[in-house]
Design a binder for this molecule. Structure first.
Ligand SMILES: CC(C)(COP(=O)(O)OP(=O)(O)OC[C@H]1O[C@@H](n2cnc3c(N)ncnc32)[C@H](O)[C@@H]1OP(=O)(O)O)[C@@H](O)C(=O)NCCC(=O)NCCS
Length: 184
């Protein structure tokens, strides 16, 4: 993914900047946001990591973004389309390294279709850059909101397995589904 900025209607996907620091810290220390992600991260550790690595490190990987609302540009979440390392369980291709979609929204932004809009735009952009291939979402089987979002995006549950002491559901779609047909 080469894009640094992706328009998604009410929200944009963009890279992190210094002004996001407090919102990011509040986000990863929030019990609701982290309920199915191993619990809230301790504030001191988050601050130390940001001091050491810098805020830009949060979205340094190609395909890693923050979600921001228009017109203020304020942080409302995170979204990434990156490769799932072979050392993780849960793969649908022999070599692993599938494209994996991940997302988190601030609690106050849930229920407005913002994650759906951001993910749709990101997948359309990826489909314009990359050949058709499987894209996966891995989420705790207990994470109903995440599974609903996956289903609305067109992902189909393909398997369950254990990771981090919890049952995970892997859902899959082909990136080609998001390709916008070219005008003749
Ligand atoms: C997973 C998560 C991003 C889903 O957020 P969400 O707001 O429910 O997802 P969507 O963007 O698809 O929005 C769907 C909701 O918006 C509503 N909505 C309103 N306008 C909409 C629109 N134009 N399009 C789609 N949905 C719309 C839907 O009806 C639905 O409402 P409901 O929750 O009452 O059913 C969010 O719950 C979250 O951040 N959870 C914590 C982090 C996490 O667990 N992430 C997953 C890790 S794998």
């Amino acid at each position: 993914m080469t894009a640094l900025h992706i328009d998604a209607g009410e929200v944009v996907l963009r890279k992190a900047r210094e002004a996001d620091r407090e919102a990011l810290i509040a986000h990863v220390t929030d019990a609701d946001v982290r309920a199915h992600l191993g619990g809230p991260q301790p504030r001191a550790g988050v601050e130390r990591d940001l001091d050491e690595a810098g805020i830009a490190a949060v979205t340094a990987a190609p395909g890693a973004y923050l979600i921001a609302v228009k017109p203020t540009g304020d942080f409302v979440g995170t979204m990434s389309l990156t490769r799932r390392g072979v050392h993780h369980p849960g793969h649908v291709t022999p070599d692993g390294e599938e494209l994996e979609l991940a997302y988190t929204l601030s609690r106050s932004a849930w229920g407005r279709g913002l994650a759906f809009a951001a993910a749709s735009a990101l997948l359309r952009r990826a489909a314009a850059e990359l050949p058709a291939e499987p894209v996966i979402i891995v989420t705790q089987s207990a994470n109903a909101r995440s599974l609903n979002l996956a289903r609305r995006l067109g992902f189909t549950p393909a398997m369950t397995f254990e990771e981090y002491g919890c049952q995970q559901t892997l859902a899959v779609v082909n990136l080609g589904e998001f390709a916008v047909p070219q005008a003749p």
